[in-house]
Structures are given as structure tokens and as C-alpha cells.
Design a binder for this molecule. Structure first.
Ligand SMILES: [Zn+2]
Ligand SMILES: [Zn+2]
Length: 427
């Protein structure tokens, strides 16, 4: 190792850490304080402990230097004489020109020192969080980030831009940071954004080379949960459309006027409804005689989908039938769904609640929940807090339990096998 490749993190450090790139060509050395590494990372505590051969060797080499130079050996010895440990694989970070700087910044954070730039961009923080995760140093790294207020600085910078203009990669980096560094507001906000907007990762095409960074496959079960939640939300909206098509094709009288023209009114409304959905692209008529092609799922923005459904015109057969048809009945139900989805509302039920995800995932996750067989509107309208299962009661703060119970009421609507949209829809 040439002397120029050495980066001094701690001038009085007693250890050299050498990091090699995965391809084995490039290597970088850092002078660090072994004790600080041990304190902030169980990985290094194990590696440098006496129970591990590396650790035993470091202790022995320190002993030799001590003999040679006395108690002041750290200042007397040259960097080359210090014990050296090698590490490889710094985690699934994004493609960078060199791992030299990011490793240096990680080690600076471990030492509580300022990073190379005063307010690092989001990608650097995300990459550093990945490195910290790899070396089991997340608690101390998130404390460091909190102390430096990096996330608040980033939030302040993005204020003028609405987050919907943010690229998916940025959204994912923020979500990953929220999860790894325990910043719940970002977990909720950015998981919800992915669920609502869809992800290039969830399309059937193969993943490309660039997308190997950890944020393209969010860990701790979050990626799969988001995919599942999006499917549930789409299925719910789809069931609303099916509900009205079924009603008007059932032959059961929908027109409430009781005129001679009521039969024509229902046929007219069914025709207009079908035309409207087909024009939106949310319905296609498919023959069952010989047709095997499955249409792909809706892959756009869920907000936009709901907005287009709201454009449903109020058709009427003649001037008497002024409140017949889809619009008057559809809008209140769209309101009901949209109340659970609005990005601006304080509702955290569709995006992931970080606390419930970490503390009671088995009870909280949509993907692990037993789907209710039938959901009726009254359950959401009353939105009472169901009593908590007995084993949940013990040792939990009431606020946490009611947080979970609140999510469950909403989850039941989106995950139900069947939904009864009719109750009270006459108003
Ligand atoms: Zn009518
Ligand atoms: Zn919660």
C-alpha cells in the first residue's frame, strides 16, 4: 500500500482500516481510533475483540509497539507500523466512481467528525446509511445524523418543490433513510407516494444494471408490503366499478321514481356507464367465447385514477330522472376512499406507520393479515376502536394500541374479499 492512499481520520488513531473494492483492484487505508469503532459498531467490536483472530493480532501488535516505543507508542510509531485490518464489501450502495470518499465519510461519522461536505445531498446520506447498516452501526449513525440535523436541512431544501415532482429514486432514497435511520415521517410519506404512484421496479420487465442500490429493493419486508398495498387499493377501486355494473345489469330496478320510464332509465344509465368506463380505459368488454388475453393492471397514479372517475357526468334520460344514474351514487363512495388516501391528510393508514411496522408487524402488515370476508361501510363510518386482543394489552402503551387499531379499520376496507358498497348509498 502506497503512503498516498492513506486517509487520516484520527491523527492519533491506533489502527489502519483497509477497504478493498469488490473487484479487488483498488484499496484505501484509513487511520482510525479502534476504540471508537468498537463503541459504535458491534461488527467492529467482534472483529477487534480478543476472541477473533484479527482482534488478537491487533492486540499483539500493539503490545510489540508498546515494547518498542513505550506508552507513547501511538505518536512515536509511523502509520505503516500500526496494525492493519482489512474489510471488503461496504454494502449495496449505488454505483460510485470510488468508494474512497464514502468510506471516509462513514468513518468520520463514527468518530463524530464533520463529513467532507457541510450539508450532504440525499444520495450521500442514503449511501452512508447503507454502509452503516452493513457494519451494524445504525444506532450511532442515526444519532450522528440527528445531531447534525441533515434530514431537516434536506426537508427545508425540498419545500418549494412538491414531492410529486421528485424522481422515484429520490423518493426511494428518502424512504430507505426513514427506515434505516428511524425517521417515521419519511417512512409514511414516501411509502405512500410509491404505493400511489407505482414503481418502475414493480413492472414485469427485468431490472436494469443501475438499479442495484439497496433503495431499489427496500429491506425489512417493506418492498413487498408496498406492492401488496397498491394491489389492494386498486382492487378496492375496481370493486367499486364492478359494483355499479353488477347493480345495473342485475335487472333489479335502480331508478327510484317508479314511472313507466323507469326500465328505460336503468338501461340508459347502464349504457352511459359502460361508455364512460370504456372511455376512461378502466373497463373493456371481453368476450368469453374465445378470448384468453389478460389485460395488465392499471399502472398509473392512483390519485389521477380517482380524479378521472370523479369526472363522471350526470346523465339523465329526461328531465324527470334528475338523480338517477352513476354520478350521484359514485361520488360519495369516491370521497370515502379518497379520505383514506389523501397525501395531505394526517391519515397515516395507507402509507406505512413506522412504529407499528417495527413494533407489531404481525398484527399490522396488510400482507400478513387475514382478509375479512365481507366489509361493510358502517365499519369505516363509525371508526370505533375495536378492543385489543388480550396478549396485545400487556405492556403496551394505550396510544400504540389505538394507533394499530385505527390502521386495522382502514386495512379491512382495502383487503376485504368482498365489499358491500350499497349500505346507505341512496343518499
Ligand atoms: Zn330514473
Ligand atoms: Zn401506527
Amino acid at each position: 500500500m502506497r503512503e498516498t492512499d492513506l486517509t487520516v481520520i484520527a491523527p492519533a488513531g491506533d489502527l489502519l482500516v483497509e477497504v478493498r473494492c469488490d473487484d479487488g483492484n483498488d484499496g484505501f487505508s484509513y487511520r482510525v481510533d479502534a476504540e471508537l469503532l468498537r463503541q459504535s459498531s458491534p461488527y467492529f467490536r467482534a472483529l477487534l475483540g480478543s476472541g477473533f483472530s484479527e482482534g488478537a493480532r491487533v492486540i499483539a501488535e500493539h503490545g510489540k509497539l508498546n515494547k518498542k516505543y513505550g506508552d507513547d507508542f501511538i505518536t512515536e510509531a509511523t502509520a505503516d507500523e500500526l496494525p492493519r485490518v482489512c474489510i471488503s464489501n461496504i454494502g449495496k450502495i449505488s454505483k460510485v466512481n470510488t468508494i474512497k470518499n464514502i468510506t471516509a465519510d462513514f468513518l468520520r461519522a463514527v468518530h463524530g467528525l464533520d463529513l467532507a461536505v457541510p450539508s450532504p445531498p440525499i444520495q450521500n446520506i442514503a449511501n452512508l446509511a447503507i454502509v452503516a447498516d452493513r457494519f451494524d452501526a445504525l444506532p450511532s449513525f442515526s444519532k450522528f445524523v440527528r445531531r447534525k440535523k441533515y434530514l431537516q436541512t434536506l426537508d427545508a431544501k425540498t419545500k418549494p418543490k412538491p414531492s410529486s415532482n421528485m424522481s422515484e429514486e429520490r423518493v426511494r432514497q428518502r424512504l430507505l433513510i426513514g427506515i434505516l435511520l428511524d425517521h417515521p415521517p419519511w417512512v409514511t410519506k414516501y411509502s405512500k407516494q410509491l404505493i400511489m404512484n407505482d414503481s418502475v421496479q414493480w413492472k414485469p420487465q427485468a431490472k436494469d444494471e443501475e438499479s442495484s442500490a439497496l433503495w431499489w429493493d427496500i429491506p425489512r419486508g417493506v418492498e413487498d408490503e408496498m406492492i401488496y398495498r397498491r394491489e389492494c387499493v386498486l382492487e378496492t377501486i375496481s370493486s367499486l366499478q364492478s359494483h355499479f355494473l353488477k347493480l345495473y345489469t342485475s335487472g333489479e330496478r335502480q331508478c327510484k321514481l317508479g314511472y313507466d320510464t323507469s326500465v328505460q332509465c336503468d338501461s340508459f344509465q347502464l349504457g352511459e356507464m359502460v361508455r364512460f368506463f370504456i372511455r376512461l380505459g378502466t373497463l373493456r368488454l371481453q368476450g368469453t367465447i374465445y378470448d384468453v388475453e389478460q389485460p395488465p393492471h392499471y399502472s398509473g397514479d392512483i390519485d389521477r385514477l380517482l380524479e378521472s372517475l370523479r369526472q363522471c357526468p350526470s346523465y339523465q334520460l329526461d328531465k324527470n330522472h334528475s338523480h338517477c344514474g352513476l354520478r350521484a351514487r359514485l361520488i360519495p363512495l369516491l370521497d370515502l376512499i379518497q379520505n383514506q388516501l389523501g397525501l395531505d391528510s394526517r391519515n397515516v393508514d395507507v402509507g406505512l406507520c413506522a412504529e407499528c411496522w417495527s413494533n407489531h408487524r404481525a398484527q399490522y402488515a396488510w400482507s400478513e393479515a387475514k382478509r375479512p370476508l365481507l366489509w361493510t361501510r358502517t365499519r369505516l363510518l363509525s371508526r370505533t376502536i375495536p378492543s385489543i386482543a388480550p396478549r396485545e394489552k400487556t405492556g403496551r402503551r394505550p396510544s400504540q394500541s389505538s394507533c394499530l387499531a385505527g390502521h386495522v379499520v382502514v386495512r379491512d376496507m382495502f383487503t376485504a374479499v368482498e365489499r358491500d358498497w350499497t349500505a346507505k348509498d341512496a343518499y
